[in-house]
Design a binder for this molecule. Structure first.
Ligand code: SAH
Length: 515
């Protein structure tokens, strides 16, 4: 008999969302897939579901790697995976099962869902961009085209060639379908092409094989049914790759957009702090580069906020407030807010910034810079201020604990009274092993430096093997000061923009590779 004290039975909220992660580029996941990923309590993901999507999963979610790489190393058997999904959902969890491409195309998604259904577990399926369409598109091949083909088939290339009766009607697909796309077919490629030719497909039919489609390390090779197996062998193309067969492959000559982007195939190391790397990374990636983030500097608050607090108390006495970096602005305001103040406290002094990027950041905090110099350096900033008059003025300079002294020196020489307060400090990240390894393997084409300290820290972190590690690597610096530091340290500069901004740096890198 029920009593009032008994807890009310609530319907279990546990559910499994089977989501397609898309082909490799993390931004090719669907909006719905991404939204569900952000709500996951348990994530079970595959080898082909790009790790770059993991950052969207809540920090406290349980992450389970299900493995599966070309059938070799299985972190879990299919039965174990099925059981995990059932168990976590039954326990009331929101379970996201993330699979590469589309979950219902050669992904065993159907089997997993059957198992859930059998146990009465609630589920939803979110389709994904399958690697076949992505590979064709990213290799410059429209998978259908009115002038070339009226049909397309997705075929597994994984079938054991020694099997007596095939599930694939080779005689029918060889001539009955326009475009054929084979998944998991690299090992069996000779068998696949032989069969298609044997059953009547023209040996001259063009073929493209695409590895790691839609990612910065995409590679594609072309041939014909008669030649492609040899080409793939010679070029050492390994899985995961797709094989696209059909007349549409000819269109690649006109449509190959992805691989023709100016920085495609270039692997560029960005040494900026993680906080500041994103603009540079985005602009480089827009041009097709593969960026490696190897921050040489991490930022930390100063050892003490007392000096800044003291000056904030008498901010009214200052004629100038000067920001020579974005970091200085960010840390300055974080403390200002912590002290219960806001931009109204800064109504008195004129504000000078070192360049347009700092000016933009300042605007985020509700303030418009009174002075942006013509040249975006400490010297330029000093000159701009001197031109407006600094004699007898009190100047507050919140900045890094360690910084170049040229700006305060010039201001003082011109009669200003400068108070320097540390608002952050650069600390060196502990672990640089991955970057060292990439350099050692010759995987990096270019290193970008956006400040002198990135140069100094970088070289110190490479240690005595630096020359060997950097042999053949191109060097790009953002401005003359950074370049000078790099040159003094024995590096030779390949890229150096005229204006010292991130977009100009990217322009100069483009010019360099266009040459
Ligand atoms: N469900 C996935 C396919 C899983 S089967 C989808 O819809 O894409 C695994 C095979 O997919 C691989 O062997 C390879 O042939 C292909 N594949 C997956 N991602 C790929 C990629 N980025 N580039 C090339 N082939 C890929």
């Amino acid at each position: 008999m029920k009593t009032d004290n008994e807890p009310k039975k609530t319907r279990s909220r546990g559910k499994v969302y089977l989501i397609g992660a898309g082909p490799g580029d993390p931004t090719l996941i669907t909006v719905k897939g991404l939204e569900l990923l952000k709500r996951a309590e348990v994530l079970v993901y595959d080898y082909l579901a790009t790790p770059k999507l993991l950052k969207f999963v809540p920090k406290d979610a349980e992450l389970i790697y299900a493995g599966k790489k070309g059938g070799e190393c299985h972190a879990h058997t299919q039965e174990e995976i099925n059981q995990m999904l059932v168990d976590h959902a039954t326990a009331g969890k929101i379970v996201v099962r993330l699979k590469g491409g589309d979950p219902f195309i050669f992904g065993r998604g159907g089997e997993e869902i059957e198992e859930l259904a059998k146990h009465g577990v609630a589920f939803e399926v979110v389709p994904g961009v399958t690697s076949a369409t992505a590979a064709a598109t990213y290799a410059g091949v429209p998978i259908t085209h009115r002038d070339y083909t009226a049909s397309v088939a997705f075929v597994t290339g994984h079938e054991d060639p020694t099997k007596e009766t095939s599930n694939i009607a080779w005689d029918k697909i060889a001539t009955g379908i326009g475009t054929l796309v084979f998944y998991m077919g690299i090992k069996n490629l000779p068998f696949i092409t032989e069969n298609l030719i044997k059953y009547g497909r023209d040996p001259e039919t063009p073929v493209v094989v695409v590895r790691w489609a839609s990612t910065p390390i995409q590679r594609s090779v072309v041939g014909t049914l008669a030649t492609i197996a040899e080409v793939v062998k010679a070029e050492k193309i390994k899985p995961p790759a797709l094989i696209v067969v059909g007349e549409v492959v000819k269109l690649r000559d006109t449509i190959n957009w992805f691989e023709k982007r100016p920085l495609f195939g270039k692997r560029i190391l960005v040494t900026r702090t993680r906080e500041q790397a994103s603009e540079l990374v985005r602009l480089l990636e827009d041009q097709g580069a593969d960026c490696v983030e190897g921050a040489t500097i991490a930022l930390a608050p100063p050892d003490s906020w007392e000096p800044l607090d003291a000056e904030l108390n008498r901010i009214g006495e200052y004629q100038w407030l000067v920001f020579s970096s974005i970091n200085a602005i960010r840390f300055f305001f974080s403390r200002l807010f912590e002290q219960g103040l806001d931009c109204r406290a800064l109504a008195g002094p004129k504000i000078a910034v070192v360049g347009t990027a700092t000016a933009e950041i300042l605007k985020e905090y509700g303030l418009v810079a009174d002075l942006i110099p013509e040249e975006f350096t400490g010297e330029g900033l000093a000159a701009g201020m001197v031109a407006q008059g600094v004699r007898g003025c009190k100047v507050l300079l919140p900045r890094a604990k360690k910084a170049r002294e040229i700006l305060p020196e010039i201001l003082q020489e011109n009669g200003a009274e400068v108070a320097i307060v540390p608002v952050y400090q650069n600390v060196r990240p502990k672990d640089y092993d991955l970057v060292r390894q990439e350099l050692a393997e010759g995987g990096i084409d270019m290193v970008t430096f956006t400040s002198s300290s990135t140069v100094t820290n970088f070289l110190e972190m490479l240690g005595p093997e630096r020359d060997a590690l950097l042999s053949g690597v191109k060097i790009a610096t953002i401005g003359p000061i950074t370049a000078r530091t790099a040159e003094k340290a024995g590096l030779s500069i390949d890229v150096q923009p005229k204006t010292y901004t991130i977009p100009e740096l990217v322009e100069s890198i483009l010019d360099f590779y266009a040459r």
